[in-house]
Design a protein around this ligand. Structure first.
Ligand SMILES: *Cc1c(COP(=O)(O)O)cnc(C)c1O
Length: 415
């Protein structure tokens, strides 16, 4: 693995001012795509700038976030989890309570509105665990847009309930048979579709990854999480939190949580990646912890790759973290040391899932369980005067069958 080079200089406007006009976060990000996509990405950039300046756009999105998603999502004090840790106070930002059960919907509604502004009536998306596919199918049904979701055939098999939901809302699910038949192959296939269909089609990418302007747009749509968190903390705790934690797959729930906080230097920000079975290549999906700079899906960021630059195989117990790259803004926050990144193993995440289920009456997503595992350990080391907020990115009902299967295969447990 290549060690990161020296931290890039901070831009004059501060860490929250990036990306620049080329979509660069320091040296990361940018746009590495075939010519055919450049025009569509320019069109998207222009449409987004216009929409941002249009109060009617924000008003329509806010209205949907309130009445359709159920925002603002609450900030819950996790009393019995806090008692268990015996240290800092643990709070949960309840993205699991939003419509469709995860944060993904914040982004798909925003991008669907952008597609309508651009006069595009067909939507494509990729999905791994199926959460982004469901959130995209939901937005498309709401607005009457055609919807095609690319999904690795291995994931189609593993995530059957989500596949059924997408179809019920009128989406077409196209299984992808190439490569490892998982998320990164689904993104390749969606990009290929888009190259032949850009005139009529908008690609709703599901995380803060991909070519400029996607990382910025997705981060902005998810930033409602961090803004609400700050407001709730000031109201309910009476001050800013000491530490905020989120799991990192592509990095959208974490970016949405962190971005409104990065200029608040007193708040410690921690991103938790999938540590999988071990730190050996192929055994995890921790791109910032173990990867090196490279280009994946149209942008420069930390990537898990072999010595020849071939994207590595990845593993995580949670399908939503099982991705060999990470959003470029996280690479920038990593190198500027504004955010700490760490990883949590499959085993620790599963234990945290049990703990939160039994002590709080909440089944957290396996993705989220990684952040919870770190938060509980850290809370035990911190004084009771401190407050830790965990982004509870989604609900775990989708994972119940897989967890039961793993327990049965391991020949025990209490599944
Ligand atoms: C998709 C997903 C993630 C991982 O994606 P990010 O872009 O890193 O947020 C995490 N949690 C849940 C519940 C998800 O559905």
């Amino acid at each position: 693995m290549t060690p990161p080079t020296a931290a890039p200089p901070l831009p004059a406007g501060g860490i929250a001012q990036v990306p620049d006009v080329h979509g660069r976060f320091g040296r990361f990000g940018g746009r590495y795509v075939p010519e055919t996509l450049s025009a569509a990405l320019d069109q998207l950039t222009a449409a987004y700038e216009e929409a941002r300046a249009d109060p009617a756009f924000q008003a329509e999105l806010d209205q949907l976030l309130a009445a359709f998603v159920g925002r603002p999502t609450p900030l819950l004090f996790a009393k019995r989890l806090t008692d268990y840790a015996g240290g800092a106070q643990i709070w949960l930002k309840r993205e699991d309570l939003g419509h469709t059960g995860a944060h993904k919907i914040n982004n798909t509604l925003g991008q669907a509105l952008l597609a309508i502004r651009m006069g595009k009536s067909r939507i494509i998306a990729e999905t791994g665990a199926g959460q982004h596919g469901v959130a995209t199918a939901t937005a498309c049904a709401r607005f009457g847009l055609d919807c095609v979701v690319y999904m690795g055939s291995e994931d189609v098999r593993r995530q059957e309930p989500n596949v059924r939901s997408m179809k019920m809302m009128g989406a077409e699910v196209r299984p992808v048979e190439s490569g490892s038949r998982t998320l990164r192959d689904a993104i390749n296939e969606a990009m290929r579709d888009w190259m032949g269909s850009v005139e009529t089609t908008h690609y709703i990418i599901g995380s803060v990854v991909g070519p400029h302007p996607f990382p910025r747009i997705v981060r902005d749509f998810q930033s409602v999480i961090g803004r609400e968190t700050l407001a709730f903390c000031r109201k309910e705790i009476g001050r800013d939190p000491d530490c905020v934690v989120a799991c990192v797959g592509g990095g959208s729930n974490a970016a949405g949580m962190f971005y409104p906080l990065v200029e608040h230097a007193s708040i410690r920000l921690v991103g938790v990646e999938a540590g999988g079975r071990s730190g050996r290549p192929g055994d995890h999906a921790a791109s910032l912890s173990f990867g090196s700079p490279g280009i994946l899906h149209g942008s420069l960021s930390y990537v898990l790759q072999d010595g020849d630059g071939q994207t590595a195989d990845v593993h995580s117990v949670s399908a939503g973290l099982d991705y060999p790259g990470v959003g470029p803004e996280h690479a920038w926050w990593h190198d500027t040391k504004r955010v700490e990144y760490t990883s949590v193993t499959d085993t620790a995440a599963l234990a945290a899932f049990d703990l939160v289920a039994r002590r709080e009456g909440i089944l957290p997503a396996l993705e989220t369980s990684h952040a919870l595992a770190w938060a509980v350990e850290e809370a035990a080391r911190r004084p009771a005067s401190e407050h830790i907020v965990v982004c509870l990115s989604g609900r775990g009902e989708k994972d119940a069958a897989e967890i039961a299967r793993l327990r049965a295969a391991a020949g025990g447990g209490h599944g």
